[in-house]
Design a protein around this ligand. Structure first.
Ligand code: PLP
Length: 397
């Protein structure tokens, strides 16, 4: 009895002290988190770009001990059950969001969207066959170049180069015998996008959707292949999603090196070699956010339209700022605009950053300004931008 009493006397103060330390630790942690959140800026970066805060917090929560494994997601085997669950969930969510049936594979590749520029002609074009390409700016031009480097037969059936890519070409005549038609759905640098996809009369479309992937519903069945670097709308850099229809896989010759063949990834659920596990995990969390928090692609599209019109309507209403694109070809993701002169543009970007608005500098190849309004950018972010633009105009207009 006396002995038990002594233990209680001895342990009591120690436990009390420990509890006190734990509560101090938790308070400091929550204060640190609050401060970190308060320090986050309105992020208009073109990519890598803003991710949903809830996703970043979930990563932070689970980072040291993923799914009860006692290891971080970046420490577990890509052949383990927990990672298998992650990659399978990402595939299922992608298919559900885009209404894809079993005729499509969802693949996770490395090498960015830029590697796809080379893999597409390598996998689908053989001697005697040809593809149509539409040139709507920097990224489609690069896709064209990569096919030409390989000596593949391609035809550039339309281009908006004549007006510095300020519009999307219409009424294009495609070649019926083309193996595919390549388009870029959203032109990140020039700020244009296809409002409606062209009618290719049954020729499968191959589409670079890097900068508007999962920003709106898409009738995916028109496409033989969709690819998207994740780092704009669905995750961090390091993974490129490829959605490929079964009949396109039949075109792939065995002569293509293993790691450059779509069939390799399709046969092994993207696990032929080590995939970028952390990037795939983050994509899965973003897709979960899209489904469970946003409520799907219709709702996401409505929000994206609202954000873009807030900004375009404000720009159109005055003459201090002006967009660089034709109204019916405007991108909802990347709003490109100019100020009266380059010196003012420099000041605008600098002062915006001082006011907590980042990533507004236009691409180095075109100059000017650009606000990227990807999925994770909120209405409040855009309102803050418009408020800043009004103030800047008042002071400098
Ligand atoms: C439409 C589009 N395609 C391709 C790329 C190139 O992507 P990556 O850097 O992943 O190769 C980009 C990059 O910004 C892009 O916006």
């Amino acid at each position: 009895m006396a002995f038990n009493y002594c233990i209680a006397c001895y342990l009591g103060p120690i436990l009390e002290n420990q509890l006190y330390n734990v509560s101090i630790f938790l308070r400091t942690l929550s204060e640190r988190r609050k401060k970190m959140k308060a320090n986050r800026i309105h992020n208009f970066n073109p990519g890598p770009a803003a991710l949903p805060l809830a996703v970043l917090e979930e990563i932070q929560e689970s980072f040291l001990n993923f799914s009860g494994s006692g290891m971080s997601i970046i420490e577990i085997s890509h052949r383990s059950k927990p990672f298998d669950d992650v990659i399978n969930d990402a595939v299922v969510r992608t298919k559900r969001l885009l209404h894809l049936d079993d005729n499509y594979h969802v693949l996770f590749l490395q090498g960015g969207a830029s590697l796809q520029f080379a893999m597409i002609p390598m996998n689908f074009l053989s001697a005697g066959s040809s593809a149509d390409y539409v040139d709507t700016g920097t990224w489609s031009s690069k896709a064209i170049q990569e096919a030409q480097i390989q000596g593949k037969s391609i035809k550039v059936v339309a281009s908006s180069k004549d007006k510095n890519y300020a519009y999307i070409p219409r009424n294009i005549k495609f070649n019926e015998d083309a193996v595919f038609v390549h388009i870029t759905s959203n032109n990140t640098i020039k700020g244009t996008a296809w409002a409606d996809y062209p009618d290719t009369k049954g020729v499968p479309m191959v589409c670079d959707m890097s900068s508007d992937f999962m920003s709106k519903p898409v009738d995916a069945h028109k496409f033989g292949l969709i690819y998207a670097g994740a780092q704009k709308n669905v995750g961090p850099a390091g993974v490129c999603l490829v959605i490929i229809r079964n009949d396109m896989l039949d075109l792939v010759p065995d002569s293509v090196p293993t790691m450059l063949r779509y069939t390799t990834y399709a046969a092994k659920n993207s696990l032929y070699n080590t995939p970028p596990c952390f990037a795939v995990y983050t994509v899965d969390l973003v897709l979960k956010w899209l489904e469970d928090t946003v409520g799907g692609l219709d709702k996401m599209a409505a929000l994206n339209r609202k954000k873009a019109s807030l900004l375009y309507d404000f720009i159109d209403a005055g003459d201090f700022y002006r967009t660089t694109t034709e109204p019916d070809s405007r991108s909802l993701m990347n709003v490109t605009f100019r100020l009266p002169d380059e010196e003012l543009e420099k000041q605008f970007v600098g002062q915006a950053l001082e006011n907590g608005l980042g990533g507004l500098k236009g691409h180095r190849s075109v100059g000017g300004c650009r606000a990227s309004l990807y999925n994770a950018v909120s209405i409040e972010d855009v309102e803050a931008l418009v408020d800043f633009m009004k103030t800047f105009e008042k002071e400098n207009g």
